[in-house]
Ligand binder design. Sequence first.
Ligand SMILES: *[C@@H]1O[C@H](CO)[C@@H](O)[C@H](O)[C@H]1NC(C)=O
Ligand SMILES: *[C@@H]1O[C@H](CO)[C@@H](O)[C@H](O)[C@H]1NC(C)=O
Ligand SMILES: *[C@@H]1O[C@H](CO)[C@@H](O)[C@H](O)[C@H]1NC(C)=O
Ligand SMILES: *[C@@H]1O[C@H](CO)[C@@H](O)[C@H](O)[C@H]1NC(C)=O
Ligand SMILES: *[C@@H]1O[C@H](CO)[C@@H](O)[C@H](O)[C@H]1NC(C)=O
Length: 701
Amino acid sequence: MTKTIPYKNVLLGLLSLASVLPDGTTAAVLPRTAGCGCHSNHHPGPENPSFETGDLSGWTVVSGTAFGNASVTTTASYKSGSFNQVGPLNQVGKQFLWGMLQDGDAAVGTLRSSTFRASSTMSFLVGGGYDPANLYVGVVLERDGTLLFSQTATNDEALIRIVWDTSAYAGQNVYMVVVDTSTQGHINLDDVRTGCHALHDGGLSFNALGQHNQPPQNSTALSAASLYALDPIRPQFHYTPYQGWINDPAGLIQWGGKYHLFNQFNPVAPLWGPMHWSHAESTDAVHWRELPVALYPPYPDNPQDTSGRYTGSAVLNKDTGALQLIYTDATNVIWHPKAVAEVVSSAVSSDGINFDLSNSNPIIAAPPPDSASGFRDPKVFWDPTDNTWKMVVGSGDSRSGKVQLYKSTSPTSSELTAWEYVGVLHQGDDSSRGTMWECPNFFPIGDKWALFYGQDKASVGWYEVGTYNGTTFTSEKLGLLDAGPDSYAAQWFVDDAARNLLVTWMGSWTTSKWPSRVNGWAGAQSLMRELFIREDGGLGQKVVDEVSLLASGPAKSLGRTDVHNGTMTVGSSNTARLQASIDLVASTAPAFTIELFASKAESVSLVYSFGNRSLTLDTTRAGYGQAGKWSATIAKPADNRLSLDILIDRSSLEIFVGDGTAMTATVFPRYQESNNIRIVCRGGKTVFDDIVLTPLGSAWV
Ligand SMILES: *[C@@H]1O[C@H](CO)[C@@H](O)[C@H](O)[C@H]1NC(C)=O
Ligand SMILES: *[C@@H]1O[C@H](CO)[C@@H](O)[C@H](O)[C@H]1NC(C)=O
Ligand SMILES: *[C@@H]1O[C@H](CO)[C@@H](O)[C@H](O)[C@H]1NC(C)=O
Ligand SMILES: *[C@@H]1O[C@H](CO)[C@@H](O)[C@H](O)[C@H]1NC(C)=O
Ligand SMILES: *[C@@H]1O[C@H](CO)[C@@H](O)[C@H](O)[C@H]1NC(C)=O
């Protein structure tokens, strides 16, 4: 059994440098500087803590066959079959314990370390499967065998540093255990550290990650803002679930004056599962208040039955004032072989909080013909070409993705529960954009119509802009909705100010990098964005003006600044907005780089090359997250001013360029010091009209 330490003790234990939270309380922040007067020989820790002997010397196989000398390896990178599970393993030194090597995933077993005396903190690197009950690294009190702390991994091989406050046990004899009672996974371990060595690494301090640093949501009197501030990698002004998993934003609407955001949600684990709809509301489009879960999956008693309420949209019934959700009811046909896998259903609320499933469900009982790839994510919109409610639904067959079009035949004063199939609104010429288009959205913008959809499996969001006559869409322009790695399943809506707004999931199905799983959550939603037609006819995005309401202090404005051959530090923050305007005529350098989340050990770089107008985001040296490079070509601005609007939020990065290009990424720094913002220029100068850095605060009210 896990012994739970009251969170207050955790706070006290870690409180060597406290930071003041939004509500005036203090948060635990692990010590930033050394000077804890300890020496590693006072806190020797277990024998062979980093497996550098190349075997299990000092460790004991307690049971099973999962662990043995062959578990220890010098392999430095990995590549596995599914998606992008590639990259460095992140071990310290040469060797580490890779739990699958000795006897495969089916093997079970337990390994323990030598006994050592607990110091006030300890840390280690963990990787491998997510399964808190069956795959974990723990520390055990030798006296009575109590498991004091345990930590599972993230369903990714790469190692992540966990930090535990063991001060309640300082001086007592403990040992580590590596437990694998799962027949389908393994757990990896490296570099167990005790004493101040547990926190400090070459003059830097590790971010304190791990489930034990996350108090249960309602176990303290902390406000949502304060609770969310405790986690060093949790975005502060982006929507995240406190615990659990989110993916697609859904049901976006301004209803009764308030903005409503729903999310595909699994509260049970930071993994996809039986889909609920979580719910939050906002009076200003940037500050959020959590509301009760709006929709629950149909078979909650069987955790293996992944039937759920998938993505959908929201409408205001103008006659009754009710808020109606129209969504996909997905049924796991393994458990329910006679069911139709994906149908359209409805739920209605009169108070905007409690939702009743419609008696008419399903409102579309089966997909139209030639929809073999799927039938999901209904998006309802008002069609001014014939003054009717219409609905687009994502679909596809073996040849291409498609968007199916429906028309409401419901009497105007009732719920929208009667729908007639119109036909295929749009489909791919071939399979080059996949054979299943998810999360379609279709809407008039300016004198055009915009369609966007997600290419299933590839997790790529496409848009098309063109014309529409009530039944058929004629595309004139095709492009990517976002040039970065972490944007998918975007949803559009129109607010009371007639703005075309968008929220995108800051995630992707193609990555296995979800480092925040060690803190019990995964997934974030973007800031609210406004859509517009770009000068080249494409679909552009910018963050809504209300983001300025998030400012938590005065902006620092540098005015006109020349950055000559060298590096200029703009400031240090990981919750901020950086706005820059570059004079393209006066600049003489071939390129400039903006470094974000930067310390001496890591950084994200954003490189603009003047010659070919390419903007490249590079996360290959940026910590635990997805490593790669993503580029966009920026349109030549008529006024010769390149403008950048960059939102930095602990593990989230949104970049908006003046021409409407958006780049969205997640970033998970390893170190507390990785918060510097610098501009680097070589071989000439870059001339900024202005550089403005504004600290931003919490979105939670
Ligand atoms: C690992 O190898 C060493 C040296 O050969 C041996 O003494 C030890 O028993 C082995 N341990 C395990 C768990 O097989
Ligand atoms: C804590 O929250 C959960 C989920 O919202 C709820 O079921 C439980 O009753 C709450 N516990 C307390 C002590 O408020
Ligand atoms: C819309 O355009 C399609 C394709 O050109 C045509 O078949 C259809 O009749 C048109 N519909 C209307 C309402 O004009
Ligand atoms: C743009 O130019 C830079 C510098 O020459 C080069 O490194 C980069 O690959 C080019 N990008 C594109 C998209 O052509
Ligand atoms: C830029 O600075 C580096 C050293 O920081 C120097 O070697 C180089 O010559 C400089 N280049 C120019 C064009 O000034």
